[in-house]
Design a protein around this ligand. Sequence first.
Ligand code: SF4
Length: 402
Amino acid sequence: MKLEFEMDTYKSEIKPTWCPGCGDFAVLRALQTAIHALQLEPWNVVIVSGIGCSSNLPHFLSTYGFHAIHGRALPVAEGAKLANPELHVIVTGGDGDGYGIGVGHFIHAMRRNIDITYLVMNNQIYGLTTGQASPTSEKGMKTKSTPIAGVIENPVDPISLALASGATYVARGFSGDVKGMSELVKNGITHHGFSLIDCMSPCVTYNKVNTYDFFRERVYDLAKEGHDPSDMKAAFAKAIEWPFVQRDRIPLGLFYRTEDVPTYEDLEPALKKGPPVHQPLGVTLPGRASINSVGSMMSYARICRSRGGVRAGLSAEDHTHHNRVHRRVCVRRRISGLPCPDVPGGVSTVVHRVRACRGGSAGDCTPLSSEAVRTGARACASHRAATQISRHPSRVRTNLRL
Ligand code: SF4
């Protein structure tokens, strides 16, 4: 059955805490619009971030998310992609995170041409730490960390750095143009290879130079000026235009794209047999000949309670946890028509769904109709509590598949 996802399906219960007017709102909207337009299954999307105002973004979408440490979003994302290349892996972060402390990872991810999409919310300042100069702050800019002479270093130019490092999709968006940015993000996600979208995302609180007006007066569309994104030399010429050559015109849009370069996943011998998540682990547990894959190990954990758990050699605490996990999963099995190993006959799916609610106990939930469950199962306090953790993958899956 082909499911249709509403725009709100991708929205989480957690509201952004960004300053009103922050450019990051537009990037969030552009990303949500792009994954909705592509109708990506939320459980097949992973959004990884680093540290900074913008790196809070994964919390605001109902997909898998990983809030990593400063500058290390890309290695985490690469690991997720290599473990399961079938996932759509998207990385979000800021200029300090990606072009400063994480710049080494940035270069190496691009030279590998690993198939992930990187959205950098570039506000040319450290916003979270209240306004210090970042790697993309303009020369001469006075900030908290450069109060006397202003910035004396040349800024990093992410577009020419990406071109030189081997990225196969290089674009620049602007928070004042959500529609244009969401097109760039959508095409970046469908691109086979590393895609960088450098999003000019004004920090309205700490950067009083690179404001919305600053950009509106200067930006122009590369496509409208006849730029050919398959021409790397032309892309370099456009890349250095701002901020190195002049400060009056800022090109937006797609600088460069090629599909002719194989990705890291295309070349990695370990992936020839398929995604590692489906590969044999070679682990043996008591009572079972072998654990063939990560999936099979999880199934084993789920059914351990019904089998007494003795054979698994697990503690009582583990049994409780595994049983809880199993209850979430059994709804899915029933939907897919598979027999559920744990559930005694006659217990309805809905009751199980209600009991599976992580936010409440089995005793205080009223069994709900399938329709009520589908629309969010928010009829009781414990379910309302459960919606607070709706980003949990099993919640996403359960809510959508019922
Ligand atoms: Fe956005 Fe700047 Fe506020 Fe951070 S400090 S949320 S970057 S406006």
